[in-house]
Design a binder for this molecule. Structure first.
Ligand SMILES: CNC(=O)c1cccc(C)c1Nc1nc(N2CCN(c3ccccc3Cl)CC2)nc(N2CSC[C@H]2C(=O)NC)n1
Length: 186
C-alpha cells in the first residue's frame, strides 16, 4: 500500500514527462500498480485509515505520482451522499479526451494535488464536460461522458500523464479570474 513517502513531489522530473502508453494484457506489475493506486484513494477517503496512515485524501492518483511514467490513473469520486455509489470509480488506462465542452468549469475552492505540498490559490479553468475514452484493467474500451466534479478530476489526472500540473492553468495576474460563464463547482 502506498504511503505519502511513496508520492513523488513537484520538482521530480517524472512529473514533467509525457507518460508511456500501457500495453495489454497488463503485466502482473501493471495489475498491481492499478490495484495499489485505487487502494490508496479508498484508504485516503476513510477518515480513520487516513489518519492512521497519515495520508492526504485524494479522488485521483496518476502513475507518475508514484514514480511510474505510464498512462494509468485511478479515479474515485464519491457521491455527495456517502451511501450512494461513487460518481466515478475506475482505473483509466491510455485515456483520451475525445470531445470537450466550450464552457469551462472550475472548483470554487481551487485544486489541491498530492504531489504539490504548497497551497497554490486560484481557479483552475478546465472543460466543464468531457467525453473520455479509456481502457480498463481488462483491456475493455470505455467511452464515458462526464460533467462537473468527475470531469475536473479526470482532466487533472490526465494532465499528470502529459507532465502538466494544476497550477500551470492558473492565471498569473488574476488567479481568481475565470473565463465568462465558467461553471463554478463546489
Ligand atoms: C486548494 N484548495 C483545495 O484543495 C480544496 C479545498 C476545499 C475543497 C476543495 C474541493 C479543494 N480542492 C480539491 N479538493 C480535493 N479533495 C477534497 C477532499 N477530498 C476528501 C477529503 C476527505 C475524505 C474524502 C474526500 Cl473525497 C479529497 C479530494 N481534491 C482536489 N483535487 C483537484 S482534482 C484532483 C483532486 C485531488 O484528489 N487532489 C488531491 N481539489
Amino acid at each position: 500500500m502506498y504511503l505519502m513517502k511513496d508520492i513523488t513531489r513537484d520538482g521530480n522530473p517524472v512529473l514533467r514527462k509525457r507518460a508511456a502508453k500501457v500495453s495489454f494484457p497488463l503485466s502482473d506489475e501493471d495489475q498491481k500498480l492499478a490495484k495499489d493506486m485505487m487502494k490508496y484513494l479508498e484508504v485516503s477517503q476513510d477518515p480513520e485509515l487516513c489518519k492512521k496512515y497519515k495520508l492526504r485524501a485524494g479522488v485521483g492518483l496518476a502513475a507518475p505520482q508514484v514514480g511510474v511514467s505510464k498512462q494509468m490513473a485511478a479515479v474515485l469520486v464519491p457521491a455527495p451522499d456517502e451511501d450512494e455509489k461513487p460518481l466515478f470509480k475506475d482505473v483509466i488506462i491510455n485515456p483520451v479526451i475525445v470531445s470537450e465542452s466550450v464552457q469551462y468549469g472550475a472548483l470554487t475552492e481551487g485544486e489541491g494535488c498530492l504531489s504539490v505540498d504548497k497551497d497554490v490559490p486560484g481557479y483552475v479553468p478546465r472543460h466543464d464536460r468531457i467525453t473520455l475514452r479509456y481502457q480498463d484493467v481488462n483491456g475493455e474500451t470505455h467511452k464515458v461522458r462526464l460533467k462537473h466534479y468527475p470531469a475536473i478530476v479526470c482532466q487533472h489526472e490526465i494532465d499528470h500523464l502529459h507532465g502538466v500540473l494544476f497550477y500551470d492553468h492558473i492565471n498569473k495576474d488574476q488567479p481568481f479570474e475565470a473565463p465568462a460563464d465558467t461553471v463554478m463547482i463546489s
